[in-house]
Design a protein around this ligand. Structure first.
Ligand code: GDP
Ligand code: ZN
Length: 304
C-alpha cells in the first residue's frame, strides 16, 4: 500500500498526496476513510501521514493513519512542527494578549512556535518611532523567553528570504488575525500561489470568504505550510489550571522553585513565580496574562 500525506479534507473526502522515497510525488488521490476509523472515533486530519489503497477511477481509501507527532483541534491539522504566529507591526497593531494566547495553545500542543512580524515597511513612516521602540523591546523579551522572531514585509520583500530559509523542510502552520498579512506573505513565499488578499477581494466588491478549509501547500524550500482560516475561536478547552503554568515556558521553568507542588502562582506563600514577576525576572504582562487565562479557565469550570 502506498504512503501518502493528507493535504486537504473536504466533505468527507481526504486528498492524499502520494509520498515516494525522497518526497512527494504524483497526483493527489481523492480518498474516503475506511469505516473502521469512524467506529473508533478517529478523524483523519490534514497533515496526517497515511497508507492508502488506490481504487478505481483514480480514487482511493485511507487504510491507516501513522502516529502523529502533534495535533491541533482548531485548526484541525496534524504533524505540524512549527507554528508561525503572524503579527503586523501596525494595521492592526499587535496584541500581546493574543500572542500569549497563541503561545499557550502551541505549547499545549507540543508545537514549536516562532513569531513573525510583518508589514515592517510601515515602520519607516513618520510618527512610527514609538511603535518601533516598543516592538524592539517586545522582540527582545520574547527572544529571551526562547522564541525566534522574524521580521519581513510582503510589500517590499524585505526579510522574505530569511522567512523562507526558516521554514525550509518544516511542516508549518500559519496563525494570525485576519488582516495581518498572512495571504500576502504566503504569496511572496510561494511564487505562483496567488491567494486572494483582502485588498483584491475589496476591489472585486465582495468580502473574501473567511471559512476557508485547511490546506497544505508545498513550498519551494521543501516542507509544507498549512494555510488555515486561522485560530479563530481560541478557548482553553482541554487546558486545566494546573497545566496552564507549563504553557508559559518561563513560568513552567520557575515553578519547580515554588514551595508547594501544584502551586498556581496566585497568592501562595513562597511562590517563586510571584517573586519573579515582582522582580521583573518574569515579564509583568506575561504574568498578568497568565492570571487572566487562569481566571477564564477556573470561571468556566465553575459554570459547568
Ligand atoms: P490576511 O487576512 O492575514 O491574509 O491579510 P492579507 O494578506 O489579506 O493583507 C491584509 C492587508 O494588509 C491588505 O490590504 C494587504 O495589502 C496589506 N499588507 C499585507 N502585507 C503587507 C506589508 O508587508 N506591508 C504593507 N504596508 N501592507 C501589507
Ligand atoms: Zn508558584
Amino acid at each position: 500500500m502506498p504512503d501518502g500525506l493528507i493535504v486537504k479534507a473536504l466533505s468527507g473526502f481526504y486528498y492524499v498526496l502520494p509520498q515516494e522515497a525522497g518526497g512527494p510525488g504524483g497526483q493527489v488521490v481523492q480518498c474516503r476513510a475506511k469505516g473502521i476509523f469512524k467506529k473508533r472515533g478517529i478523524t483523519p486530519l490534514v497533515g496526517d501521514r497515511v497508507t492508502f489503497t488506490p481504487t478505481s477511477h483514480g480514487e482511493g481509501t485511507v487504510d491507516e493513519i501513522k502516529p502523529r507527532i502533534s495535533e491541533l483541534i482548531r485548526p484541525p491539522v496534524a504533524n505540524m512542527e512549527l507554528a508561525l504566529l503572524v503579527f503586523a507591526v501596525a494595521e492592526p497593531s499587535p496584541s500581546l494578549l493574543l500572542l500569549d494566547k497563541f503561545l499557550v495553545h502551541t505549547e499545549n500542543a507540543g508545537l514549536k512556535a516562532a513569531i513573525c512580524l510583518t508589514k515592517t515597511d510601515l515602520l519607516a513612516e513618520p510618527g512610527m518611532e514609538d511603535t518601533a521602540a516598543r516592538l524592539d523591546e517586545w522582540e527582545a523579551a520574547y527572544r529571551e523567553i526562547g522564541y525566534d522572531v522574524l521580521r519581513c514585509s510582503a510589500k517590499t520583500g524585505e526579510g522574505i528570504d530569511r522567512v523562507l530559509e526558516y521554514l525550509a523542510g518544516r511542516m508549518t502552520v500559519f496563525a494570525g488575525q485576519s488582516g495581518v498579512g498572512k495571504s500576502s506573505l504566503l504569496n511572496r513565499l510561494i511564487p505562483g500561489l496567488d491567494l486572494a488578499t483582502n485588498e483584491i477581494s475589496e476591489k472585486l466588491g465582495r468580502g473574501r470568504h473567511t471559512t476557508r478549509h485547511v490546506e497544505l501547500i508545498a513550498h519551494p524550500a521543501g516542507g509544507c505550510i498549512a494555510d488555515t482560516p486561522g485560530f479563530s475561536q481560541l478557548d482553553f478547552a482541554g487546558i486545566d489550571a494546573e497545566r496552564l503554568g507549563s504553557c508559559f515556558v518561563e513560568i513552567g521553568r520557575m515553578a519547580g522553585d515554588c514551595k508547594f507542588r501544584g502551586c498556581l502562582h496566585l497568592s501562595e506563600p513562597s511562590c517563586a513565580v510571584i517573586a519573579a514577576a515582582e522582580s521583573g525576572a518574569i515579564r509583568r504582562s506575561r504574568y498578568e496574562h497568565y492570571l487572566q487565562f487562569l481566571k477564564e479557565i477556573t470561571d468556566k469550570k465553575r459554570r459547568y
